[in-house]
Design a protein around this ligand. Sequence first.
Ligand code: SF4
Ligand code: SF4
Length: 391
Amino acid sequence: MQSLDALARDAAALARGEVVLSHAESEVARQMQICNACRYCEGFCAVFPAMTRRLEFGAADIHYLANLCHNCGACLHACQYAPPHEFAVAVPQAMAQVRADTYAQYAWPPSFGALYRRNGLTVALALSAALAVFLVLAILGNTNQGSLWHAPLAGNFYAVFPHNTLVAMFGSVFGLAILALGIGVARFWRDVQPAQEVPATGAATEAAQAALTLKYLDGGHGQGCHDEDDRHTLARRRWHHFTFYGFMLCFASTSVATLYHYVLGWQAPYPVTSLPVILGTLGGIGLIVGPIGLLRLNLRRPALHGDTAQRPMDRAFITLLLLVSVTGLALLAGRGTGAMALLLALHLGTVMALFLTLPYGKFAHGIYRVAALLKFAIEKRQPNRLALGAD
Ligand code: SF4
Ligand code: SF4
């Protein structure tokens, strides 16, 4: 809550046409001023080298730095000014609070930004609605109308849901999700983009490498993050990798199956030794191992490592990924039985809930982080005006 003095200062600044920082943004700016004088954590991650290029921190700088932070906790555990010190420097927490605000602020359509703040409820409602729709459609489409149980259909999914119906439903929702995320991150980029253009090829490769290897989750020394105490561990990096590559393998499985269907004219179900099934099975296993590990870490993380208000969003996304993979593997195991329609409806319902909530939940952090890493890689290639004594 702002004091009357602070409100009066903000009103005066607004009247002068200046940008007023939110409370969370002001807190990052305050802590970055302290860090900029201290610089003890300079080698830990990309945030500190980016910080040293600035003497003042406007809203765009703060949004950029917040999305560059990976919440590894290294700077908190190293900091002599962390609470209970009166300076109360808790960089991971301050960054996390701004990060959530940036997702909401850049969201498209803008009014949907509020969904980030009630993401646990949003995911629960999306999941309930999607499951209900697919269960009802499965009952209506079943030849034994009124029942989800049926004679085995030899794994023929399209006997329950017509192929074109699935393509229309999932294609349109996924397309809208990508559009919303794309517009959101483009608006973020417009605000934070580097002032001078530099050739982007090397920078794009460096940013992609940093994202794909989760470079900065190594704590700057290869030993990893602080998950719950002063110990370094690589657990967070590994569970993220299981989750990310599990997701990508599932995506690859769907893409290959689409090529089989449209290019080669091969209809599902595919044998267990086929490429889509192998990719999907490996992806499903990754999406069980990774999210269970991340959930375990999330339940143990100290409050200063992040923003406790975002825990429902973190846990809802992790749980949804787990449900997608568990129902997918259950469908693979039970596709030749009379329970196939039920298993298929449960799997499609969870996948639909994931697609519906993709642009308004934790998934966004990956997209904004990559944009911030790209800016960092571009900025690195530009002369540092402060080091050259220009300011
Ligand atoms: S987090 Fe603490 S130790 Fe690290 S640079 Fe900032 S003030 Fe210094
Ligand atoms: S929490 Fe980790 S990634 Fe974030 S600023 Fe600190 S050291 Fe960097």
